[in-house]
Design a protein around this ligand. Structure first.
Ligand code: UDP
Length: 450
């Protein structure tokens, strides 16, 4: 019988309050809970997860001190910097009063915090509790963002147009235009946030939601330079229960629509939880999808089209033109969608979770990155793993039509689908007995040893 954690071993998890960070952290919680640990989730009021979806965890909200202006700015970098500036005292008080009171039988064994919630580490340090940080983006992105920080500190940013297509020395196949940046607000703030997130401080280890077969040379390079153990245990979404940690309600009606479509015929379109598009880009996307004649399931998140609440700005005549061939929802059960037999391609912004979710279902991708790590991931999808095509230029309906067809029906797309399936199968083996499997076991033993 598998050895469970000693009773009384409580882990406090601190997710960063954005969907792409909450998901892997709660999946990590599911996994560690299955190994016998008690799990407490300490989270901000802003974007708080829904406790009723996770009865196995105890949830502790903390005040985050965010102003209405900060929240309505929608600027993730400003918001996360403010959370780190505001939350130290409320987190410490939460641990010393509420968690201790409610979890009388449980001693806090360790605090596991998202790399962007670095205020947690200083509280852990003050209270003499071990801490581990979770990185939710790829190891290659980590190296790329360090290059970006270096170049920024030398005054080389923003990069001149003449440089954008040049390769970054030692980061092949990344070009300067692929280095992660944040397009809303000054690069100075983004660089500050990343610099803080890079710092391991006194944490005892790093958990990384990635895996050797996707990130091998970057992981090896980082492990060589890092003073603490690194557990690369991705893809986390594959190890956990089906419980959703979506901040928006999932529209499961789209699965019934998928059930009516034929094998590999549907292109699933979603730009994740933060990216947005202009009215002009919306029109090009809409008509590009319409003239491709390919069935599509399109997630249009409320507020993701600039200056509109939802789909009011869709071009006139578009919905009539596509009829039953298109399905539009506000938020989809993405993992269920990607594993559906009808889905043959994923038009994605290439957030790391979406990329991993697509890869583990063997679905080839049409990449349209917007900012942050998405540009790095898109480059790897198209140039390294060769399981997708990147739409590089300004969105234009004719090019969209051609690219959708290339991915969904042409020989080039078939090759990508074959490689995507091969990668999926390789990862299944790694999860059953390869590097991920071993890293997970080592992580559990490491935490038990505290
Ligand atoms: N997601 C979802 N339904 C949607 C769109 C996205 O459940 O309609 C989930 C997706 O499965 C992923 C997360 O939201 O786990 C988005 O994270 P990602 O890193 O891909 O991008 P981000 O939103 O951080 O830009």
């Amino acid at each position: 019988m598998e050895k469970k954690a000693e009773s009384g071993q409580l882990l406090v998890l601190v997710p960063c309050p954005y969907q792409g960070h909450i998901n892997p952290m709660l999946k990590l919680g599911n996994f560690l809970h299955s190994k016998g640990f008690s799990i407490a989730i300490v989270h901000t009021h802003f974007n708080s997860p829904n406790p009723s979806n996770h009865p196995e965890f105890t949830f502790f909200p903390i005040p985050d001190g965010l102003t209405a202006d900060e929240i309505s700015s929608g600027n993730a970098v400003t918001i996360v910097l403010a959370i780190n500036a505001n939350c130290k005292a409320s987190f410490e008080q939460c641990l010393t009063d509420r968690v201790t009171e409610q979890e009388l039988q449980n001693k806090i064994t360790c605090i596991i915090y998202d790399e962007f919630m670095y205020f947690s580490e200083s509280v852990a340090n003050d209270l003499n509790i071990p801490s581990i940080l979770l990185r939710t983006q790829s190891a290659t992105n980590f190296i790329a963002r360090n290059a970006m920080i270096r170049l920024h500190s030398k005054g080389c940013t923003p990069f001149p147009d003449s440089m954008l297509l040049n390769s970054v020395p030692e980061l092949h196949p990344l070009r300067f235009k692929d280095l992660p940046i944040y397009i809303f607000g000054p690069l100075e703030n983004y660089s500050k946030l990343l610099t803080n997130a890079n710092n391991v401080r006194t944490s005892s280890a790093i958990i990384w939601n990635t895996l050797d077969c996707l990130d091998q040379s970057s992981l090896a390079q980082i492990k060589q330079q890092c003073q603490v153990p690194i557990f690369s245990i991705g893809p986390l979404h594959k190890f956990a229960t089906a419980a959703t940690s979506s901040l928006l309600e999932e529209d499961t009606g789209c699965v019934a629509w998928l059930d009516k479509q034929s094998h590999n015929s549907v292109i699933y379109v979603s730009l994740g939880s933060l990216a947005s598009i202009s009215e002009k880009e919306l029109a090009e996307m809409a008509w590009g999808l319409a003239i491709s004649r390919q069935p599509f399931l399109w997630v249009i998140r409320p507020g993701s089209i600039c200056s509109s609440d939802w789909i009011e700005l869709l071009p006139q005549g578009f919905l009539e033109a596509v009829g039953e061939r298109g399905c539009i929802v506000k938020w989809a059960p993405q993992m269920e969608v990607l594993s559906h037999d009808a889905v043959g391609g994923f038009w994605s912004h290439c957030g790391w979770n979406s990329t991993l979710e697509s890869i583990t279902e063997g679905v080839p991708m049409l990449c349209r990155p917007c900012f942050s790590d998405q540009t790095v991931n898109a480059r790897y999808v198209s140039q390294v793993w060769k399981i997708g095509i990147q739409l590089e230029n300004e969105l234009e309906r004719g090019e969209i039509e051609r690219t959708v067809k290339k991915l969904m029906v042409d020989e080039e797309g078939k090759g990508m689908r074959v490689r995507a399936k091969e990668l999926k199968e390789k990862i299944e083996v790694i999860m059953k007995g390869g590097s991920t499997y071993h890293s997970l076991n080592e992580l559990v033993e490491f935490i038990r040893s505290f």
